[in-house]
Design a protein around this ligand. Structure first.
Ligand code: DSN
Length: 431
């Protein structure tokens, strides 16, 4: 594998039209590309798309309006667009084993809002995971429209195990009678018990929505159980472990197809972003391949290995480790806040996000934890055998953040660059 010094990387020729028309913007894109090539990206919701997905997302499909659905549009000239969307829909249904797929939501939050519109009236009750415990804003959290226009009630995780307690979920559901129950979240390091949630939803007559945005790629690759037999609706973004463009999908049972489609369009959105739909279709084809199953399992293997290496260095991991692609570390015992650690790690070329941990005494803008994930590094082909080095860097930098030792931060920065040079990222022509 050719290893180049990072300053030898050369941009511009790959985007000649952009470089000519707007050099300032072209330079920013080049700079972002180099940043993505040179850094160890550990944000669990990020990834590297393939060159094919990148190409599909930057095409003349951009130029078309197509409000409506294949065969039922409000604009003419849909001879090709209908085929593109149908391809994406059919691939989504096949990959996730659901009756119906809507690939038009612009991203995860609009997708989830469409679910509310399909099933609830304003003021109705939704039961979702508390945001600081690992849920998502759109699962009925107060500052979101979903917690303002609807009545959000929340479950969390047990203080002693860091895991969801389905007995608590059942008790809440029985007491609050939600119309909608969300399972899934943004900082849930353990397997989601879709069957357990479905049993509760059935008992109280609620619609069960599995928000699998984080783990969609793991499900597609067989590295996490599927919600298909249990959920009424599966909501997912397409750009996380699924490794597609920034977009979203709603998959449903047949009986909910019409309500969900009407909520997405005309309920909430106008014309779909056809260039994104095309790139979703490509990502779904990639995700159906045998290579992707190997990728999904390697994401989990890397996260487990990294968790073990971090735990061996005294990191306090929520729930003790991981079953999936992410780790949540409480840094209280390390003597730094999540934000201070995340900023130091960023200076060292290790990109994570600061995150609340369950029962966090600190505020969300400066919480106790950091969230770490392995989807992007696994896309670079970085194997489990490197997780000791990664954990060592994280440990060194977190300690350097505590002591103000910037020379260690700089030293790690160079070591990270060397490793990144050895594992080129997909889809980065300049890397
Ligand atoms: N922002 C996403 C994440 O980082 O998990 C969730 O929407």
């Amino acid at each position: 594998m050719a290893v180049q010094p990072s300053d030898a990387r050369r941009p511009a020729q790959t985007r000649p039209a952009l470089a000519g028309a707007d050099p300032e913007l072209a330079a920013l894109v080049d700079a972002e590309e180099r940043l993505q090539a040179d850094t160890l990206r550990l944000i669990p919701s990020e990834n590297y798309v393939s060159a094919a997905v990148l190409e599909a997302s930057g095409t003349v499909l951009q130029n078309k309006y197509s409000e409506g659905y294949p065969g039922k549009r409000y604009y003419e000239g849909q001879q090709v667009i209908d085929q593109v969307e149908t391809l994406a829909v059919e691939r989504a249904k096949a990959l996730f084993g659901m009756d119906h797929a809507n690939v038009q939501p612009y991203s995860g939050s609009p997708a989830n809002l469409a679910v509310y519109m399909a099933f609830l009236e304003p003021g109705d009750t939704v039961l979702g995971m508390s945001l600081p415990m690992g849920g998502h804003l759109t699962h009925g959290w107060g500052v979101s429209a979903t917690g303002t226009w609807f009545r959000g009630v929340r479950y969390g995780v047990r203080r002693d195990t860091g895991r969801i307690d389905l007995d608590e979920v059942r008790d809440l559901a029985r007491a609050e009678r939600p119309k909608l129950i969300f399972c899934g979240g943004t900082a849930v390091p353990r397997v989601i018990d879709f069957a357990g949630f479905a049993e509760i939803a059935r008992e109280v007559g609620a619609v069960l929505v599995a928000d699998v945005a984080h783990i969609a790629g793991l499900i597609a690759g067989g590295a996490h159980p599927s919600p298909a037999p249990y959920a009424d609706v599966v909501s997912t973004t397409t750009h996380k472990t699924l490794r597609g463009p920034r977009g979203a999908m709603l998959l449903t049972r047949a009986e909910h197809a019409r309500a969900v489609d009407r909520a997405v369009f005309p309920g909430l959105q106008g014309g779909p972003h056809n260039q994104t739909t095309a790139a979703i279709a490509v990502a779904l084809k990639e995700a159906a391949g045998a290579d992707f199953a190997a990728y999904a399992h390697q994401v989990v293997a890397n996260a487990r290995a990294l968790g073990e290496e971090l735990a061996a260095r005294g990191f306090d991991l929520v729930s003790g480790g991981t079953d999936n692609h992410l780790l949540l570390a409480d840094l209280t015992g390390k003597g730094v806040s999540g934000k201070v650690a995340a900023k130091a790690l960023d200076r060292a070329g290790i990109v994570v996000n600061y995150n609340t941990v369950p029962y966090d005494p600190r505020k969300p803008f400066d919480p106790s934890g950091i969230r770490i994930g392995t989807p992007a590094l696994t896309s670079r082909g970085i194997p489990s055998s490197e997780m000791g080095a990664v954990a060592q860097w994280i440990d060194l930098v977190v300690d350097a953040a505590r002591t103000g030792d910037e020379s260690t931060v700089s030293k790690v920065r160079e070591e990270v660059r060397t490793m990144m040079d050895a594992y080129p990222a997909p889809g980065l022509p300049l890397a």
